[in-house]
Design a protein around this ligand. Sequence first.
Ligand code: ATP
Length: 238
Amino acid sequence: MSTLLEVRDLHARYGNTQVLHGLNLDVAEGQVTALLGANGAGKTTTLRALCQLMVQTTGSITLEGVALNSRNTEQIARLGVGHVPDGRGTFMALSTEENLRLGAFSRASREGLAQDMDKVYGYFPRLRERASQQAGTLSGGEQQMLAIGRALMGRPRLLLLDEPSFGLAPLVVKDIFAIMRRINQEEKVSILLVEQNAKLALDIADTAYLLETGRVVLHGSSSDMRSNDAVRRAYLGE
Ligand code: ATP
């Protein structure tokens, strides 16, 4: 399996506050990779660093050999990295459909826009029902669907998802995770998933990394991680 994203010796800081201390991480083409860790471990910061958003970085980040860390956030989006940030980044005053259209900003051409919109509505039929509704009035689950749908409109090769389960009811989370897996398989979109809920993440991911205070302390296949004693005690509550 070829490597899509390769991260080497990544350091990231907010001003004088150093948060990532030399991270190494790979996302294989076509796979779901999970980033696990407690509050404050640096998971969100890792996704921001990959998009050159809000943090200063050193080290190397490449997407299929193309350096990302010398580029800005918009250029990184154009290269095929879709970011679904914590807080979801929805434009609350705009409609569902307007938000989806904005997701296409990073594409080279408008061609295929209507088909892609249909595809998003195919994955998330609730969004079609809410197409003209103001995004701020959607439920939490619908807003998460919209955030993922908006990122898909950019035709990403790699989706960075920041805690898609946050604040949602278990049944809604189950639905959204099943759809994420379908998107990964049917659209051949690789996924880097940040999740505090390790059980949920390991159920969907092929491989996982465990972060502690800005460092990778463990990585392996999801099944290896699931059977690791330290992971079971600290993150799976077993
Ligand atoms: P959580 O699930 O709580 O978001 P996390 O693993 O995603 O945890 P980060 O949000 O990446 O962790 O935070 C890592 C560290 O960086 C924390 O100590 C946090 O206080 C700090 N941090 C995050 N955002 C900023 C910021 N904008 N300015 C300064 N420090 C920040």
